[in-house]
Design a protein around this ligand. Sequence first.
Ligand code: NDP
Length: 591
Amino acid sequence: MSDTHAAIEEAHERYRLEREKRLRGDGNDQYTQLEGNFPEFDTDPWADPEFSRDPIVETTEVVIVGGGFAGMLTAIELTRHGIRNFRVIEKGADFGGTWYWNRYPGCMCDVESMTYMPLLEETGYRPTERYASASEIFGYCQILGRHFELYPHALFQTEIADSQWDPETQRWSIETTRGDKISSKFFVLAGGLLHKAKMPAIQGIDSFEGHAFHTSRWDYQYTGGSPTDPMDNLSDKVVGIVGTGATSIQAVPKLAEAAKQVFVFQRTPAAVGVRDNGPVDPAWFDNLEPGWQQRRVRNFTEVVSGKEPDEDLVNDGWSKLMSVDAQKNSSDPEEIAELERLDFEAMDSIRQRVDATIDDPELADKLKPWWGKHCKRICFHDEYLPAFNRSNVHLVDTDGKGVHEMSAAGPIVDGVEYAVDALVFASGFEVTTDLDKRLGFDPVGRGGVSLSDRWHDGAHTLHGVLSAEFPNMAIISIVQAGFGTNFVHFLGESAKHVAWLINECAEQNIAEIEATPEAEEAWLGVLYSVVGGVARYSQFCTPSYYNSEGSQSMKAARNLVYVESMIDYVAHLERWREAGDFPGTTVVTNP
Ligand code: NDP
């Protein structure tokens, strides 16, 4: 056996052991809802609590739920088809979605600005940095809102209270928490992929007497500072942070600079690759050939999903680490062995980086990720690991168990109580849980059947977009749909698809469209037909939202994503549109 082969075998054994430590029967149910339990964690720190407006009563063509990139891009695509009769209903007080809510210190986008920030050629905006800060992206969302004249369509600080399909009018009857009554032909659910904060169910959490909040509702009143200014209230404070995912690794270095002491509670170490951020060169940017952004966006997705295009335009940490799809569906043992070798080498480079950065070898061991590169989202940062060399930063490694006990003073791990003044939950967001729970409302379709009832055993969709019994309802969510490193690429393609559908229905005088149950099952078959490589790969995967926290329930089996490249998912949508006769749907055309 070669040395490399032995090292791969050893790593696989370690992956398996680490996975077993973390597997738990409750999957997604290990987390608890904010509503009811932690209402103060769910309030909007950025909105004017005194805001009020008169309710509106109106008839419109489209109601879009969500003013993040998914909702904005759908609205923009509608305007490109000449449809301006739409409403965007948004819980926050502005556009932005993820970038409205997430203003934690250090928050930035780990996907290159030129591929992540949509429609740069249309708006003429030049990002300042290769990886833009959250503040810049939020500002850009406002620019999009102004440029495409979306603000007059928006109902902010407003949520859906009730939504029912009315067979008489062939429309959705929608009521909001501000008393609006809207009758709409189409209902687009663009409520966000990472919008619903999740909290670990920790015994004794209610007894905690310190201050606590979730990263997506950062409490600057407590910490001082702002997304761009240092947190000047923390110099005498001991702060704990639960979680070491993509959010935490960005916030920890800022907490390390500001707080007296920082305790980082780790369940699974993050994989942290090289970031190498820097300013965007104006001369380079201004000389890009027209059409550059679409080419770059597509090229990046091709590269990071193993399509191996001739060139790598972005050429960054993502493209270096993810250029080979180690989950590829293959039955050739030699090819599989080669994929395993490449996956091992990619993750080993990450582990070597930990050794090279962390002064204390024992601490370095605890910070090393023992999982394959497709098991969780890889992170990129240049200040996270060095923060652990500081004397005021302490890793509390829970060896896969997580924090599950707390006292009035703080988390208890292995019988040791960690007294903290403040505890920050960087515990992530619901991604593959029930759609109605993530949206915060439960649409009622044909025959008075709610979405939660129809989907009690998991999602039923065609392409993740249309669903039987829910006429004229289009969903933008990764469940049964595309998935990839650059979410905004997926959202842009979904928005195009949904706007095309709405426009075609208008042009062809179609009053109702929904998927057939047969087409939904056929689509599930397509999703399963490409899952083989993932099943092989996942046997060594530590649980995460990528795999419904390791759950093997029927619901988790249905709530999967299209695991092959997003490029292939988009090709499915394009072929469907090109067919011209809406295959797999029931269509009602009015005389
Ligand atoms: P994640 O779900 O990635 O991370 C949550 C963290 O909380 C994990 O480390 C998890 O551990 C940990 N955790 C959960 N329960 C416990 C517990 N009881 N005790 C200790 N730790 C616990 O959420 P994030 O907010 O970090 O990121 C979510 C997603 O948001 C990312 O995957 C990414 O897609 C997106 N994001 C993107 C960014 C970007 O730059 N584009 C930046 C930030 C986020 P475990 O790993 O064991 O489950």
